[in-house]
Design a protein around this ligand. Structure first.
Ligand code: GLC
Length: 439
C-alpha cells in the first residue's frame, strides 16, 4: 500500500465512526442528519472492514423503515426531535399510506436499489462470516419484497422497467436530465403550502438547486402524498414520469446478486430470474442510444429518450448489461474525458450548456459513482481506465478532503482547496476504503 493510501485509510474510518449514530450512519452532519437509503448500502461496505456488525446494523436499521407494500423509503427519520431538515417527516406525512410504519417515520419515495449487490459483495468478502450469512437469509426476502414493489407499482406497461416520479428517487437529484420534465410543472403563487428550505443555510446556494427547482420538488412530493405514495393515479397524473437508466441498471445488478446469493444459500430465485430476463432485454432496446454510444433514460410522459451524455448511462457497465462492443463505446466516452483534462468521472456532459462543474449532479465527480464504474470497467477488461478512475478518486480525496462531490475540471481544481457540498461525507469515505482494499 503506498503512503497516500495509508494516509487516507484511517481518516476514512474516522469519518464513518464520526457519523455513526447508534445503529445507522448519517451521510454528513448538518446537511443530512438522518439515514439515507442508497448511502447506507455504500456505507455498509466501509464499515465491514473494521466493524462488521455495524454493516449489518446499518442495513437492518434501513429495512426497519420498509413499508408493508415493499417500498424502501429514501429517508428514514430515526429521530423525530431533529428539526433542522426540510422536508422533515411531518411534511412527508407518510402515514397517509396505511402500510407505512409509524416508527421509524420515513419519506414516501425511494432511491436506487443497491442492497442486493451490496449484500453479495459483503458475502464475497468473507463467506465464512456466520453472522453475515444468517443476516443475509433474514434480509433476502425483504430485498425481494422491495424489488417486487418496483415491478408491481412502478411498471404500468409491464416492460420490466420501473418509473420514478420524483428526481430525488434517482439519487441524482439535480441532474439536467430532469429539467425538461420539471419544466412541465408550473407552480403559481399560493399553489404550495409555505415551506422553509434548510439546505441553503448550510451549504453554498450556488452548489444547491434553485428556488424554482425546489418548488417543483415540493409539488411532486405533494402529488405522491395525494395518492398515498403508491396509487396508480401517480403514473396517470405526474408531469414527471421517467424510467431512469441508472436505477433500472442497479435493480438488474441487485436482482443478479440475489439470484447468486439464493443459489448459494438455497433460497428460491424463480421470480427474480423471470424479472431479470425481461428487464435486461427491455433495457437494451429502450435505453441504448447508438448515436451517443451510451445508455439514456426514457421520459415516459414525453414518450422519448432523454438523449444526454450523463453518468447514469455508464452504470449499465457495472450491471454487465452491455455487449463488449457497447462497453467499448462507453469506454471511449470516459477515455476522451480523461485525455481532455477532466477527473473521472464528471456527472454530466462537459460540452453541454447545462453542464455546471460545481452544482450538484450537473457536473461534479462523485466517488461512489466512481466505485461502480470502476467495477464495471474491470469486468469488461478496461484495466487502464479502471486504474485511472481509482487513481483520480484517491487524488481528489487526498487533495480536497472527504467531501460530497468534487470539481471535475483539473485546471479549475488546481486553484481550489476543498471539495463541494457536505464535508466528512460517509459514502465518500466508504468508497475510498473499499477501493483501497480492492486490488
Ligand atoms: C443528495 C444526493 C442523494 C443522496 C443524499 C444523501 O440528496 O443527491 O443521492 O442520497 O444527498 O447523501
Amino acid at each position: 500500500m503506498t503512503s497516500i493510501l495509508k494516509s487516507l485509510l484511517s481518516p476514512a474510518h474516522q469519518v464513518l465512526n464520526m457519523n455513526w449514530r447508534n445503529g445507522f450512519t448519517i451521510p454528513t452532519s448538518d446537511l443530512y442528519p438522518f439515514q439515507w437509503n442508497w448511502d447506507s448500502g455504500f456505507i455498509a461496505l466501509g464499515h465491514y472492514y473494521e466493524k462488521p456488525s455495524y454493516a449489518i446494523q446499518e442495513l437492518s436499521s434501513l429495512f426497519s423503515g420498509q413499508w408493508k407494500n415493499g417500498l424502501l423509503p429514501h429517508i428514514i427519520f430515526h429521530s423525530e426531535n431533529e428539526k433542522t431538515y426540510f422536508p422533515n417527516f411531518d411534511f412527508w406525512n407518510s402515514q397517509v399510506n396505511p402500510g407505512a410504519p409509524n416508527k421509524p417515520k420515513s419519506s414516501g419515495i425511494t432511491q436506487p436499489a443497491v442492497h442486493g449487490f451490496i449484500l453479495e459483495y459483503l458475502l464475497n468478502q468473507n463467506p465464512q462470516d456466520q453472522q453475515l450469512v444468517a443476516f443475509a437469509k433474514s434480509i433476502f426476502p425483504k430485498i425481494v419484497h422491495y424489488h417486487r414493489f418496483l415491478y408491481q407499482y412502478r411498471d404500468p406497461l409491464k416492460e420490466g422497467l420501473f418509473f420514478i416520479y420524483h428526481p430525488w428517487e434517482s439519487g441524482r437529484d439535480n441532474s439536467p436530465l430532469w429539467d425538461e420534465s420539471l419544466n412541465r410543472i408550473v407552480v403559481a403563487e399560493g399553489d404550495l403550502p409555505p415551506y422553509q428550505r434548510r439546505d441553503t443555510n448550510i451549504a453554498n446556494p450556488e452548489e444547491r438547486p434553485t428556488k424554482e427547482q425546489y418548488d417543483r420538488y415540493v409539488y411532486l412530493l405533494l402529488l405522491g402524498q395525494k395518492y398515498q405514495y403508491d396509487g396508480r393515479e401517480i403514473a396517470q397524473e405526474s408531469p414527471f414520469l421517467v424510467q431512469d437508466d441508472m436505477m433500472n441498471a442497479i435493480l438488474i445488478k441487485s436482482n443478479q446478486s440475489l439470484i447468486n446469493i439464493g443459489k448459494k444459500l438455497d433460497l428460491d430465485t424463480g421470480e427474480i430470474e423471470e424479472w431479470n430476463q425481461q428487464s435486461i432485454a427491455s433495457f437494451n432496446t429502450k435505453f441504448w442510444n447508438d448515436q451517443l454510444g451510451l445508455y439514456t433514460s426514457f421520459d415516459l410522459r414525453g414518450g422519448r429518450q432523454i438523449a444526454e451524455k450523463e453518468i447514469g448511462g455508464l452504470i449499465p457497465l457495472f450491471a454487465q448489461i452491455p455487449s463488449q462492443d457497447q462497453a467499448g463505446r462507453i469506454h471511449d466516452y470516459l477515455h476522451n474525458l480523461q485525455i481532455n483534462g477532466y477527473y473521472l468521472c464528471p456527472s454530466f456532459d462537459v460540452d453541454s450548456p447545462s453542464f455546471d462543474s460545481c452544482r450538484y449532479w450537473r457536473g461534479p465527480v462523485w466517488p461512489h459513482m466512481n466505485w461502480m464504474i470502476y467495477h464495471g470497467l474491470k469486468h469488461y477488461g478496461f484495466l487502464d481506465t479502471a486504474a485511472q478512475i481509482k487513481a483520480d478518486t484517491f487524488e481528489i480525496v487526498d487533495k480536497f478532503g472527504f467531501y460530497e462531490y468534487y470539481e471535475p475540471l483539473k485546471s479549475k481544481a488546481n486553484s481550489l482547496v476543498k471539495g463541494y457540498g457536505g464535508d466528512n461525507f460517509s459514502w465518500t469515505a466508504s468508497s475510498v476504503i473499499d477501493l483501497i482494499h480492492n486490488p
